[in-house]
Structure formats: C-alpha cells, structure tokens
Ligand binder design. Structure first.
Ligand code: PLP
Length: 395
C-alpha cells in the first residue's frame, strides 16, 4: 500500500479513483459519488451501460488498472488551461522523451498511442507491392493495417515453445528482400508475453539486408525481467534502420489519453512525420513528461503487476494448467478448450478475458488487473473449470 499518496486534488474527478487505486482499492468502487457528477447528463440506459462496464473485472486489454500516478494527474490538471488552444506549450514532452533515452529530439516522433506509430510505419514503408514480415500470433493490428492498405503480410509460426524463430525470420526476409517493406518484431510478444533476447535481436539486424527497416515494438518493455532482454534503442544511435515503438498506455496507465512514440534515426523520423496526424492532446503531453520523471510510481506498478502475475500463474499451475512464462503485464494459460466458449463463461461471471488469438485457440490471454480483479478471475476459473480440475482429466 502506498501511504504517501494523499488526496490533494479533489476537483479532478479521476483523482479519487487514482488515489484509491494506488491504495489497493478497485477503481470502480471509488467512482461512486465523484463519478456521478459526470454522468448526470446521461440517460438511464447509458448510465446502466456505464454501471455495467464499471462493475466488470476488465482483464482483456492488457491495461494498467491503476491509472496515471498523482504527479501525472497534477500535470494533466495543470494543462487543462490550454484546452481551448491549438498552439500551446507541450510540457517539453519531446525533449523529455529524448533525454529519457539519451537520443536527440530529431530521433523522436509522437503518436496518439503507439498504435499510431505502428500505422505510420506501415504507411511509410508499405505499398501494394510490399510485405511486412512477422510472426503469428503477434500484435495483429500491424497486419490488419497492412491488409487495409492492400499490402501483404508474410507471417511465420511461433516455435512449439512459443518463441519467435529469428533464423526463420532472417531467411524469409532475405528470400523476399525486394518485396519486404519492413520486419515487425514485438518484444516481448503480445499475446504470448515471451521476449526475444538481445543476442537474437542483434542476429536479426545483422542477418537481414541492412536497408530493410525493422519495427521493434517495446510496448511491454517495463515489465521484462529476463536478463537476456535489452531495449533496441541503442541501435538507433548506431544509425541502424530500426524504429522502436513505445507507449504510455501500459506502465504509465494512460491508455485512454493516447500517447506513444517512435525512436528512430532522424531521416526515418522525417519520412514518417509526413504520415503522422500530430494529434496528441495537451493533457497527455504534460502528463507524459511527468510520468517519465515519476520513477517511484513506475516501480510500484511494475512490482505490483509482477507480484500478481506470478501469484496468478502459480494458482493456475496449482490447478494443473500450463502457463506460458511471461515478461509482460499479462499471461497466457492453456485451457485445453476453445477460448471463445470459455470467454463467454467468464463474461457471465462479470470477468472480461482476452479474445482468441489464432492459431492459439486454446490459450487464453489474461491481463494482470488489480488484486481484487485477479481474485475474481481465479474464483471464476475454478468455477468454470471445476469439473475438469476435480476429475484431473485435463492435466
Ligand atoms: N503494441 C502492442 C504490442 C500492444 O499490445 C498495444 C496495445 O495493446 C499497442 C502497441 C498499442 O498501444 P497504444 O496505441 O495504446 O499505445
């Protein structure tokens, strides 16, 4: 519990939610009185919908359930005074990101979430004659976007141990070199949670033609424990054709605020900038700069998340279910039956779990929520899988 977090800014609706969440309470329990002020204008149906949403255990989208830290809330509160402006001070966010990584501001491109960065990479390096090379399953919006702009995706399967096969990725890229727009490496991978080692990343960059861009998506960087993993950002300083994507949605708990960024060599950033919307909002830019400084909150989120992930994995394994070792804020459990059916059973019990990720149709992705959300998940799991667990049939 974080006793040092006070309740100094009651005017901001979210402050109550955040402070309570940091104190270990479920955010939805706290919204109560404060939240109602914001819903007064809603009709009954919308209010019921909102109440239903608030009551769910939401462990389906790999969100950070605690929300922004107090320092971030303060910074965003301050930035409200620029809400009516187009041109406004941006809280020094680009410089803050550059300083944070030891790169220049010319190496930074902001996006409305890292999702925008991934799309901008697609728009910059794909066209109807080009392919993205990657694995399946991975963060699918990269491939969906590629097909949306009539480009192609060359997708390789994961290994039986759920790792990305880097030699195969090198081979596929070399064999199709003329048609490859870029290579996508999600590290650690979503939905498996499995990281790629620093040595393998180097092998990949050394093994493919040096002018083929590699998009390395480090959305879950902050949750990694594997000592073999390293960020790929130093490659940018070497001038390698690497774009590293990062987000404020995960460790910093700002998914709905939309802020992500790319770190890349200056000439790549310039090419990408043409396609970016430049639509990041004033609040999140000030909040983002504050988040990078708030190392104590970052540590708390990481430690709490890892503790709950390990506890949940141990509980599932204790029931006889195999869990893929994860270095993220989610895990995958092999439930040995279709995820689609199981997800519906969880939904009936007020718990939202991850959707199916073909071809891993019997592996359920579970995000690490609050302690109470994980308790609700485990209760529902035991309830739904009771027959299998007690008979031992599924072991
Ligand atoms: N990359 C990965 C691997 C993700 O899992 C996500 C979201 O879940 C994103 C990118 C996009 O995140 P955002 O657009 O919120 O920054």
């Amino acid at each position: 519990m974080r006793k040092e977090r006070g309740m100094s800014r009651r005017s901001f609706v979210g402050a109550a939610t955040t402070a309570a969440a940091w104190a270990g309470l479920a955010p939805e329990k706290v919204l109560g009185a404060h939240g109602r002020a914001g819903t007064a204008r809603l009709g009954r149906a919308l209010r019921q919908e909102q109440d239903a949403y608030d009551a769910l255990a939401k462990i389906n989208f790999n969100e950070n359930p605690y929300g922004p830290s107090e320092k971030v809330m303060e910074a965003m509160q301050y930035a409200f005074k620029y809400s009516m402006r187009y041109g406004y001070p941006d809280g020094g966010i680009t410089q803050a990101i550059a300083d944070h990584h030891g790169v220049g501001t010319e190496n930074v491109l902001l996006g409305a979430g890292s999702g925008e960065i991934l799309e901008v990479v697609g728009l910059t390096w794909l066209d109807t004659s080009k392919k993205v090379v990657g694995v399946e399953p991975s963060y699918g919006s990269v491939y969906t976007h590629a097909s949306g702009i009539d480009a192609d995706a060359l997708l390789l399967p994961l290994e039986p141990n759920h790792r990305q096969n880097i030699p195969r990725m090198i081979d596929a890229t070399r064999r199709n070199a003329r048609d490859v727009g870029f290579v996508y490496l999600c590290n650690p991978n979503n939905p498996t949670g499995v990281p790629v080692s620093a040595d393998e990343v180097r092998d990949l960059l050394d093994g493919i033609p040096e002018d083929v861009p590699v998009l390395i998506d480090e959305a879950y960087h902050h949750f990694v424990e594997d000592p073999a993993y390293e960020t790929a950002i130093p490659y940018v300083l070497e001038g390698r054709r690497v774009v590293v994507a990062r987000t404020f949605s995960k460790i910093y708990g700002m998914a709905a605020m939309r802020l992500g960024y790319a770190i890349a060599p200056a000439d790549m950033i310039e090419r990408m900038r043409v396609y970016s919307t430049g639509s990041t909002n004033a609040l999140v830019m000030w909040g983002g700069a504050a988040a990078l400084e708030d190392v104590e909150s970052e540590r708390w989120v990481r430690e709490t998340t890892l503790r709950l992930r390990k506890r949940t994995a141990a509980d599932l394994e204790g029931l006889g279910y195999e869990v893929i070792p994860s270095d993220t804020n989610f895990l995958m459990v092999h439930i040995r039956r279709p995820v689609q059916e199981a997800a519906a059973a969880f939904r009936e019990r007020g718990v939202l779990v991850g959707r199916p990720f073909p071809p891993m149709l019997e592996h359920m992705r579970v995000s690490v929520g609050t302690e109470s959300e994980m308790d609700r998940f485990m209760n529902a799991f035991e309830d739904i899988f009771a027959a299998t667990a007690s008979s031992g049939a599924g072991r």
